[in-house]
Design a protein around this ligand. Structure first.
Ligand SMILES: NC(=O)C1=CN([C@@H]2O[C@H](COP(=O)(O)OP(=O)(O)OC[C@H]3O[C@@H](n4cnc5c(N)ncnc54)[C@H](OP(=O)(O)O)[C@@H]3O)[C@@H](O)[C@H]2O)C=CC1
Ligand SMILES: CC(=O)[C@@H](O)[C@H](O)COP(=O)(O)O
Ligand SMILES: [Mn+2]
Length: 355
């Protein structure tokens, strides 16, 4: 298989699954963590490696190293592998998603931004999503009439902070997720609840319904619930590890043990909470965004600019949601008829939010 983003949180978990099931790794794609990449090269012996920057090529212990976006696309096109795992973060993942689909590859898609911005143009015939909540929904779906679907949120790094303190929180505090170990960008998305907004859009495209909502479950052990028309509700419960969703997305069927089952006596109790708009201002636009999923490209572009500014110490935590809400207010009627429209609007929104 090809692993895009092999040095990230999902990438490393993907290679853990590859090790466990003895899967062949033909191409590794990484950004700037060359030390970890070199360890991965040594263990998995890929035929080709792609990195972000030309100046790092000399540090990579491999004969066949390329760099940049077009090299990622070429690597997908010229590979023998049937499966591509896209664990890149952000808008950068969209072109590789489209290329993998065009080349007829099976796509294990962690890069949720691809669906957020371009869900209506993404052919899902050979696609499996790598996201704990959507894996949960997929696992729960059975041949019964579904009324609605619920995904859960942890509440993020600041779920217990006094609201008055949110103005001055540090980057270090924001990166302390209560339950999951993930990359920086998604950890901030989780703290603002934008990750859950993305996941509602992701679910809309994956399951073709708008009867969707999210609630907080503080232990991240219940990932998804389905309300069936008959009045029953089922819940997907699993320990917080991405190895289960990744294994299913790559292998389709898994009969070996992957995780230890949750010990409910040990857990003792669950706590559920409403997602409040005063703590998570982004939640004000939930219905608007679900009602018009084309807003996903605006939401994503503004959020990427804002999160990057926050992580570079240029703005405060509360400004992240402010920038995103302002962009949604400004670009509230996007006209999107093609993938090219998406690249154009993405650029326009980024320019607006940067200025
Ligand atoms: N982490 C999780 O548990 C979950 C993540 N997701 C989604 O999966 C995706 C990945 O998340 P996560 O693994 O946490 O993110 P990380 O930040 O941990 O990893 C991102 C990966 O992309 C690589 N990368 C970044 N920029 C470039 C570039 N220009 N060229 C090539 N490679 C690049 C990074 O390389 P390097 O580090 O070497 O610079 C790294 O390997 C996101 O879309 C996220 O929303 C979804 C559900 C759960
Ligand atoms: C592991 C995973 O799927 C993440 O998307 C996770 O859900 C993020 O945590 P939050 O529930 O805090 O957004
Ligand atoms: Mn998730």
């Amino acid at each position: 298989m090809i692993v895009l983003g092999s040095t990230g949180s999902i990438g490393v978990n993907t290679l853990n699954v590859a090790r466990k099931f003895n899967l062949d790794v033909e191409v590794l794609v990484a950004g700037t963590n060359i030390k970890l990449l070199n360890e991965q090269i040594k263990e998995f012996n890929p035929k080709k490696v792609v990195i972000a920057k030309k100046e790092h090529i000399k540090d990579v212990n491999h004969q066949n190293v390329f760099f940049g976006e077009s090299a990622i696309l070429d690597a997908i096109e010229n590979s023998n592998s049937k499966t591509v795992v896209n664990a890149l973060v952000g808008f950068l993942g969209l072109k590789p998603t489209l290329k993998a689909i065009k080349c007829g590859k099976k796509l294990a898609l962690a890069n949720k931004e691809s669906l957020v911005v371009a869900g209506k143009f993404i052919d899902q015939t050979n696609l499996s999503a790598i996201d704990s909540e959507h894996f949960g929904l997929w696992y729960l779906l059975q041949d019964k009439k579904v009324d609605s679907m619920l995904i859960t949120a942890s509440g993020g790094s600041f779920r217990n902070y006094d609201l008055n303190d949110l103005k001055n929180v540090s980057i270090k505090e924001a990166l302390k997720h209560p339950n999951w170990s993930m990359g920086n960008k998604i950890t901030i998305d989780s703290a603002t609840m934008t990750n859950k907004m993305f996941e509602l859009l992701e679910a809309k495209w994956l399951f073709n319904t708008r009867k969707l909502d999210a609630i907080i479950e503080t232990k991240s052990l219940i990932h998804a619930l389905i309300n069936f028309t008959d009045g029953s509700t089922t819940a997907h419960i699993a320990n917080a590890s991405m190895q289960l969703p990744i294994a299913y997305a790559i292998l389709g069927k898994v009969e070996e043990p992957i995780l230890k089952p949750v010990d409910l006596l040990d857990v003792a109790s669950f706590e559920f909470k409403k997602i409040e708009e005063n703590r998570y201002p982004i939640w004000q636009i939930k219905d608007e965004v679900l009602g018009n999923p084309d807003l996903g490209v605006i939401l994503n572009a503004a959020n990427e600019v804002a999160v990057s500014k926050f992580l570079n110490n240029q703005i405060g935590f509360l400004d992240v949601s402010k920038i995103t809400l302002d962009a949604i207010n400004k670009f509230n009627k996007p006209i999107i008829n093609s993938i090219d429209d998406i690249y154009e609007i993405d650029k326009e929104v980024r320019n607006y939010c940067e200025s």
